[in-house]
Ligand binder design. Structure first.
Ligand code: FES
Length: 165
């Protein structure tokens, strides 16, 4: 299992300036919490407790308030994830079109359970809420890309291609 290591969280002067510019557009500094969290995740790969504390200090929020935002949105990761983040939608449309079979197939194929990362650090499986692509269900998001109208065969092919990239 991949261990979390403590990394010192620090935005560059340029990143801090960007946040300050955004803050100046709003009455309340915490209005830019999502931008701060996106930046933390882009920079460190996930949002650690240290990252949440950093965001809280930066925006005058409590750590609990930041934790509430981080855990509300499925796009934020609170622990290190694999190179490919397989986000399986199991909401109604996808569920009716076989999302749980796809999830089981992924778990069997990669020999991990949802919420886990393969030992080589390549894949993490997550179960997520509606991805807004119900018309082409079942849908899986892999990093920033959507894979739609999937079946087990297509999924295995996609995983195989990613392994060989
Ligand atoms: S239910 Fe899966 S994308 Fe909407």
């Amino acid at each position: 299992m991949k261990m979390e290591t403590t990394v010192e969280i620090q935005f560059t002067d340029q990143e801090l300036q960007k946040i300050e510019n955004l803050k100046s557009r709003y009455l309340k500094p915490d209005s830019v919490i999502l931008e701060v969290l996106y930046l933390l995740q882009e920079k460190y790969g996930y949002i650690s407790r240290e990252g949440m504390k950093y965001a809280a200090d930066l925006l005058g929020m409590t750590e609990e308030q930041v934790l509430g935002v981080v855990t509300f949105y499925s796009m934020f990761n609170t622990k290190p994830i694999g190179k490919y983040h397989l986000q399986v939608c199991t909401n109604v449309s996808c569920m009716l079109r076989g999302a749980y079979d796809l999830l089981k197939k992924l778990e069997a194929e990669l020999k991990i359970k949802k919420g886990e990362t393969t030992p080589d650090g390549l894949f993490t499986i997550s179960e997520v809420e509606c991805l807004g692509s119900c018309g082409t269900a079942p849908t899986i998001q892999i990093n920033e890309d959507y894979y739609e109208d999937l079946n087990e065969e297509k999924l295995v092919q996609i995983i195989s291609e990613l392994k060989n990239k």
